[in-house]
Structures are given as C-alpha cells and as structure tokens.
Design a protein around this ligand. Structure first.
Ligand SMILES: Nc1ncnc2c1ncn2[C@@H]1O[C@H](COP(=O)(O)OP(=O)(O)OP(=O)(O)O)[C@@H](O)[C@H]1O
Ligand SMILES: [Mg+2]
Length: 458
C-alpha cells in the first residue's frame, strides 16, 4: 500500500505498551505519529497541532474516549476519529460512530486492517475539506446590507470606500463576529474589480499543505493524490480579489510563498517548474493583533507590511452600542418568516443594551433568530432573548463608567474565565452539566474553554 507521507496521526490509549508498539509500526510506514496515554493529553495535543487521524481508546483513567471524541468533533469536525475497542465494547463503539467517529477496529487489531481504515479515513477527510473549499468559492451571493448609524461604523464604511477605490491590499482587523467578511465583500463590490471573482479561503480551517495546494494549485504527479493538474485559487481570482480569512493562523512556512506572491504576483504550482503570474488584490482578515504576533515571531513582519497598506479596524458592538437596537430590528425584519415582524419590548431592549455581546453582531443575529422562534406573542420579552446569564451578570456587576472602557472589559474577561473554571471544577469537568448550569450551549462553553485555554489541572 502506498502511504501519503504527510498524514499526521495521534494515538491515544492508556495501554502504554500498545501505544508504543502502534507508534513504532505507524512510524515505520512513514506517518507522523504522536502517542499519548490519556484523554486529557489527547485534548491538549489536538489543541496544539493539526492531525488527520485520531486513534482513540474508549476506557481511560481520567478523560474518557467519549469526552475526547466530543471535544474533537467540536474543535475540528474534519478530523477522522477511529475508535479502538475491545470486542466486548462493540455496542459502545457503535454509539461512538453515531456521535461522529469514522469507524472502529477491535483490539487486538490487525495492522493491515488498521492501515486500510486510516487511509480511507484520510481520503474522506480530503473530500470533506475539498467540498468545503468548493462551497466556499462564493463569487455571487446576495450581499448583506451593512446596518449601523454610529459614527464608529460610518467612519469604517468611509474608510472601506477609500480602500475600495485604491488597488492596495487591505488588512481587516476586528473581534469575532464584527463583520470582517462582510466588509471584505463590501470593499470588493465597490472596487473596479467588482465583476471579477471574490474568492475566499480560511487559513484556520485547513491543514498547512492543503492551504498551499488550494492557494497555488499543483501539477499532476506532485504527490500521490495529484492525479491531474489543479488550478490554485490565486489563478481563479485573477483580476479579482482573494480574501484570506484568519490570516494570522497562516504557518510560518507558508508565509514566504504568500509574501513572494504579494511582492510581484508570482507563484509556482506545487511540483511545478514554471513561474506563473496572477493579478489579485488580497484582503486579509484577523482577530489577532498582527504587530504583536510579529514581535513574538509568529508572523512575518515583511508580510504584514505588504498586507496592511490599508488597515481597517471594525469596531466591536460594545464600542458602538447605539447600533444594537437598530441591528436587532433589522434582524427581526430580515429573519421574520411572516410579513409583520415581532417587536422588542422596552425591557428586552434594555436587556440587549446591558449585554456585552462577546460574539458581536453574529451573536446578536443568533439571539434574535432564536427569540423569533421562542417568543409566543408578537412582543419579544427579555426571557425570549435567553441571554447567557453568566455574561450579563458579570457585565452588570460592573459600575456604569467601567462598562465602556477597556480595563472594564479585561476585568470582565478575567471574571468570566474564573467563573467558568470554578464551575468546571465543581462539576468535575462535566461539560454538559456545566453548560446547563451556566445556561449556555455546549458549543459556547467549548469555545470559552478554548479561548481561555482552560485545562483540567489549572
Ligand atoms: N453591520 C452589519 N449589518 C448587518 N449584518 C451584519 C453587520 N455586521 C455583521 N453582520 C452579520 O453578522 C454575521 C457575522 O459577520 P461576519 O461573518 O462578517 O463576521 P466576522 O468578523 O468575519 O466573524 P469571524 O471572526 O467569526 O469570522 C454575518 O451574518 C453578517 O452578515
Ligand atoms: Mg469571518
């Protein structure tokens, strides 16, 4: 069997001998392999590195296979998880497949079988990822209106129009959910390139090699799966714009190739010998501070300076509270299944104004969508908004003058982190229970755990 040399496997089993053996066998086949002995270390590793396949035992001392699977599916839905189970556990293994595992193999395992399962799992992952990219190549979708009258938003719109009129690359900064993608599209739609493609790639959702092959394409035979030549996105975007979402996540090894492309429009397909050329405006977006990342040597300074010819910072919703109600009414109208949309009561408006919206406009959009479904009458009351109490409580426990200043926010984040950690410890890290008690969905809890990098032994 021919093995793709780039497959990264994480083995997690509390049987150390088995782990060691399996690791040796897989290394010999040419895989990259890490092995850990408990679910908690598996989660740690998954946070740190990108894997293609996770071989997962079910019974472990501290954190079970089931918990790891739940985490993995939430954290990286395209990761293929193969369950390793004793024969007596077949029924549970089937349950795990229902939860999103790719397949299971029985212990003691047959190595050839295992290899086959891994290869199939990786093929599937590729398909999923490629589909995602295809679906992502949005060139024509009905553009969303940018709503907001606050001076902060108007300033941002003006700057975007100026950026649109120029040919320069643009860097869009802003917290999650502030509208970075929306503004990137807006800039493209108002530019001279508007009739040419607007191609999107998310640098955080794909493994490194795939980003490179997506961006620059490959020649037939460049690697095992390269059965035909493939055009890169920079080629597809020729004359138009390329939106590099979450550009702060791009690996240091890929950055020089992007830099070269930004300098003179030149690139090579993977495995290619000819230098090609494409004329693309690059719009990058990030929720990181790239200057700080450059100081820390996580991002190349020269690349940053090529990108941030124009920097547009999208204000958070907290910094333009006067837009909250306007946006809420816009979503009420936009998402309403009937002609006459529901209305917000004065108390509901106040609850929205009091809330800190860590997820910004996207969060507000979801809050309203949910409220439309849950409100029984024509008027939406605070309860229908179902705002996470942990955040409102923390928020409203700060004096008025602190609500709008930055140090207040920093403190808020600290308090939130402490509170979540306390609840997790109290519930012995049972996320389901903790999420219920915090009155947030599990996904929100997971993203908070990730954001604050909370670990079991903190
Ligand atoms: N000013 C606005 N008016 C109307 N809708 C908005 C506005 N800002 C954001 N939205 C909506 O909020 C949602 C999130 O916006 P978008 O995806 O552009 O944010 P983002 O900053 O790219 O988020 P992330 O960092 O999570 O990728 C989208 O559905 C978008 O249409
Ligand atoms: Mg985005």
């Amino acid at each position: 069997m021919q093995i793709d040399k780039n497959i990264k496997v994480l083995v997690c089993d509390d049987d150390e001998t088995l782990c060691y053996l399996l690791k040796e066998q897989l290394l010999e086949e040419g895989f990259f392999v890490d092995a850990v002995y408990d679910g908690k270390y598996a989660i740690e590793n998954l946070r740190k590195k990108n894997y293609d396949v996770l071989l997962l035992d079910m019974q472990m001392k501290e954190v079970s296979g089931e918990e790891v699977l739940k985490f993995a599916k939430d954290y990286d839905p395209s990761l293929s998880v193969i369950i390793m189970s004793a024969l007596s556990e077949t029924r549970t293994a089937i349950e795990m497949i229902k939860m999103g595992a790719y397949d299971f193999i029985s212990k003691p395992y047959d190595f050839e079988d295992l290899l086959l399962t891994i290869t199939r799992a990786v093929d599937l992952k590729r398909l999923v990822v490629e589909n995602k990219i295809l679906n992502n190549k949005v060139t024509k979708k009905i553009p969303t209106k940018i709503v907001g009258e606050s001076s902060e938003l108007q300033r941002t719109l003006n700057l975007s129009l100026k950026a649109a009129a120029s040919e320069s690359n643009v860097l869009i900064e802003g917290e999650t959910g502030t509208g970075k993608e929306l503004f990137a599209e807006y800039i493209h739609r108002h530019s001279l390139r508007k009739d040419k493609p607007f191609v999107i790639i998310n640098c955080a959702s794909l493994p490194d090699q795939l980003i490179e092959s997506e961006l620059f394409g490959y020649e037939k035979g460049a690697f095992t799966d390269a059965k035909a030549t493939k055009q890169g996105l920079v080629e597809i975007a020729d004359g138009g714009a390329l939106f590099l979402d979450e550009i702060g996540e791009m690996s240091l090894s890929l950055q020089p190739k992007l830099l070269r492309f930004l300098e003179n429009g030149e690139y090579r397909r993977i495995g290619g010998v000819t230098t090609l050329n494409s004329n693309v405006r690059v719009i990058g977006a990030t929720n990181k501070n790239l200057l700080e990342e450059a100081e820390k040597k996580n991002f190349r300074r020269d690349l940053l300076f090529r990108l941030n010819i124009i920097t547009i910072r999208i204000p958070s919703l907290r910094d333009r509270r006067s837009d909250v109600i306007r946006l809420a009414n816009y979503f009420l109208e936009d998402k309403s299944p009937v002609r006459s949309p529901k209305k917000l009561s004065a108390e509901a408006e106040n609850a929205l104004l009091d809330y800190s919206f860590p997820g910004n406009v996207r969060e507000l959009e979801h809050v309203i969508e949910r409220a439309i479904i849950f409100a029984e009458g024509d008027v939406i009351e605070p309860d229908d908004l179902n705002l996470p109490s942990v955040f409102t409580d923390i928020h409203s426990s700060y004096p008025e003058q602190e609500k709008n200043n930055y140090s207040g926010l920093v403190k808020m984040a600290d308090v939130e982190k402490e509170h979540i950690l306390k609840m997790l410890i109290k519930n012995d890290w049972n996320r389901e229970k903790t999420a219920t008690e915090l009155d947030v969905c599990q996904k929100t809890l997971y993203s908070k755990i990730k954001k604050y990098n909370l670990k079991k032994n903190d």
